[in-house]
Every structure is written in C-alpha cells, then in structure tokens.
Design a protein around this ligand. Structure first.
Ligand code: MLT
Length: 393
C-alpha cells in the first residue's frame, strides 16, 4: 500500500500503558505457571453489579424480547430517562444542569479521546503525571502539549501558570488518577477564573467523584462560572462497577460557546455522526444506579474498596514507605523504596511477590520513581497482597 497514514501515531509510545503491563504479566506467567499473581495494576473493579441494577437490566432484557416493548437504535445522546436522571443526581451536589446538557456514552475513556474531534488546534495543558488518554489522544491529533507539573511540592495539584496567557485546552482530573489528589473549591475557582480570563476550556474528568470524603468538590459545575468554560466527563465504571458493562456521561453546558459557536451543538453533531448510543438494557441498569437503593448499593461498593485502600495504606505506613492517596480515591501513590525507578519496582514486585502494580512513569515523566496500587481488588487477594508486601518491604 502507498497511502498516507496519520504519522502522529508514530510519536506515541509503542503500546498503551495497560496493554504493556498486561503483556509483561502474560510473559511472566508463561514462565512461572506455578505462581499466583495478584493484580493491583489497572483500576478494574472486582465486585459484581449490584442487585437493583441487575433487576432493572433483567426487566429490560424481557422488554427487548417482546414485540411491543422492543427497541431498536437508542438515541445517540441517551434516552431522556437517563439524561434527566443524571441531571437530577447532580442536584445532590448542588449543581443545576439540564438533561439536554448530558450526553450518555459507552465510557469516559471514549469521550476523553473523542472530544478532540470538536476542538481545533490549541495549546493543550496536561498534568504530569496523569491518566494517559489525555496525552495520547492529543498526540494522535498532532496537538502541541505543555505539561503542568504535579509534584510533592504542590501536593500533586498543579495550579495555573500565569505566564501562559493564550487560550488553551486544560485537562484536570480530580480525584486524580493516579495520585489520588483532590482539588478544593478554592483551587478550582482559581482554575475557572483563569480559564475565563484566558478564553480557555477545561475538560474535567471526575470519574472518581463518589470516592471523595469531606467537603471537596465532586463536580466542576459546583464552581461559579464553570458553565462558561468547562466540560465534565464522568462514568459509572468505578462508582457502580460498570467497567465491563460500559456507561458514562459528558456534560456540555448550553452556555459553553467559543466565538459564537455552541459546543453542546457540536458535540451533539459529533455523536450523532459517529456514535449509535448505549444499549437500552445498559441504560436501564444505569438508571437504577441513581435510584435511592442503587445509590446505597454503590456506596457500599465504594466503601468496600476504600477498606482495601486502608489495608494497603497500613502496611505502607508500617514499612515507612512514603505514599499519598487512598482517602478520597481508590489509588495509592507511593514512592518506590530504595530509589528504584518505576519499572524497576514493577519488576521487583512482580518477581518477588507476584504483585502487579502500575509504574508511575507510565502516567508521565513526572511519575518516575513512583508507583500506583489500586484498591479495586477483592478482599481476599488484597489481604494476601498486603501480607506479601509485609514480608517483602
Ligand atoms: C486506570 O487503571 O487508570 C483505569 O482503570 C484505566 C481506565 O479507566 O481506563
């Protein structure tokens, strides 16, 4: 063949972080078939969908098997019942949004990757370290990226660089993946004011919002002025165990305009063209998550995982390993002992304790020397991992 390819792809790391980890683990298991590996790497949930979600999905399956209640293509942006339900849920965070501002999709990752479709060539500001999708999707589109350094000194919460005065696209993730750091209202207000002043857009990833403890913002729309400069992306993956079921949402406020163009209309156009909606059965399951019982059940899932986080934190404290996170986030972000590099510590843990974690370097160069452990494992495996860490560290 002799076609022109998107050469931006050649600027990416050879493989996606979690694919690289999975490959290394497969190679190790192939050579060590007698060893039990405990995976605390990718943030994939282990508890099943909750009873109220399953009941609702079963009912929807029956509807799909009946000619009178069968449904074909779902609306591209989500059925009104789920768009309105999400909008009502935001009231519990003191946020008023309209159902038509909510776009339901098959995942936060898809939306974070696809949002670049409606954005032109702007300077992109991305925290380092952070969830790799922001950077990779912008590299694929050939965008120019500048990093916002997240360090111990700023508690992994970078603030605006006032020397950058042009209009930019800013990615923020709070609670942060991978560091677990959470912005306060005051800090987000500074970001929103900065975005308005510079004519910038903030893309706010709040996928871990329901893990927050204490008086911290769950949504960027809790901040005055955010509807003029922010898009928010959230998901049921971690909140309600939907990693394999797939359902998320993106909020594009009606008030969000650039040079007279409404971003809500543009995102609607993009989704209508390239996306055929989330399956009806899944949307009914998602709706059930937001019922009173569904929210109680989801809270219990989060509490279970946060108990794992506490157990992991305890052993790290006991061993004098520096770490943060694990309080308002399911991730524990630790400094690799003995000044090991991130991938060195990855190999050390895998070879000596058969525990898989995520090297901090995979989230950006600022993550070098750090390591992420997830609390999404099941209790038995987490306890076993804790014992192994107790012996090894
Ligand atoms: C993670 O481990 O960072 C996440 O589970 C990855 C994802 O949500 O795609």
């Amino acid at each position: 063949m002799n076609i022109n390819l998107n050469e931006n792809f050649f600027k990416l790391k050879e493989s996606y972080l979690f694919s690289e980890i999975a490959k290394r683990v497969r190679d190790y298991s192939a050579k060590n078939t007698d060893k039990k590996i405990i995976k605390l790497g990718i943030g994939d949930v282990t508890l099943p969908l909750t009873p109220v979600v399953i009941t609702s999905m079963h009912k929807a399956v029956d509807e799909m098997g009946n000619k009178d209640s069968f449904r074909g293509y779902a609306p591209e942006y989500g059925y009104n019942f789920i768009r309105d339900t999400v909008a009502s849920f935001y009231k519990t965070w003191g946020v008023s949004i309209e159902g038509e501002e909510v776009f339901v999709s098959d995942g936060a990752k898809s939306d974070l990757g696809n949002i670049v479709d409606i954005l032109g060539d702007n300077l992109i500001l991305i925290p380092d370290p952070v969830y790799p999708v922001y950077l990779d999707s912008n590299i694929m589109s050939g965008r120019k990226v500048k990093f916002l350094n997240a360090t111990i000194e700023n508690n992994f919460l970078p603030m605006p660089d006032e020397t950058i005065t042009e209009s930019t696209i800013i990615y923020l993730c709070s609670p942060n993946n991978p560091t677990g750091a959470v912005y306060s209202h005051k800090q987000l207000k500074i970001w929103v004011d900065y975005a308005i002043k510079t004519g910038s857009l903030i893309i706010f990833d709040s996928a871990y919002a329901t893990f927050i403890k204490g008086d911290l913002p769950h949504s960027i729309f809790e901040i005055d002025g955010a509807k003029k400069c922010c898009i928010e992306i959230n998901s049921l993956s971690k909140m309600a165990g939907f990693t394999g079921t797939r359902c998320a949402w993106t909020i594009v406020p009606n008030a969000l305009e650039s040079n007279g163009h409404k971003l809500n209309k543009m995102w609607a156009r993009r989704q209508a063209t390239k996306f055929n909606g989330v399956p009806y059965i899944i949307q009914r399951g998602a709706e059930a998550v937001f019922s009173e019982k569904g929210l109680q059940e989801s809270k219990a899932l989060v509490e279970y995982y946060m108990e794992n986080a506490r157990l992991i934190s305890e052993v790290l404290k006991e061993k004098g390993v520096w770490f943060t996170g694990g309080i308002s986030s399911p991730y524990i972000w630790l400094k690799c002992p003995n000044n090991l590099g991130s991938w060195e510590f990855f190999d050390y843990l895998l070879n000596n304790a058969q525990i898989v974690g995520t090297p901090g370097q995979g989230f950006g160069n600022g993550g070098e020397g750090y390591f992420r452990l997830t609390s999404f494992g099941d209790r038995e495996n987490t306890l076993e991992a804790v014992e192994r860490l107790r012996k090894l560290l």
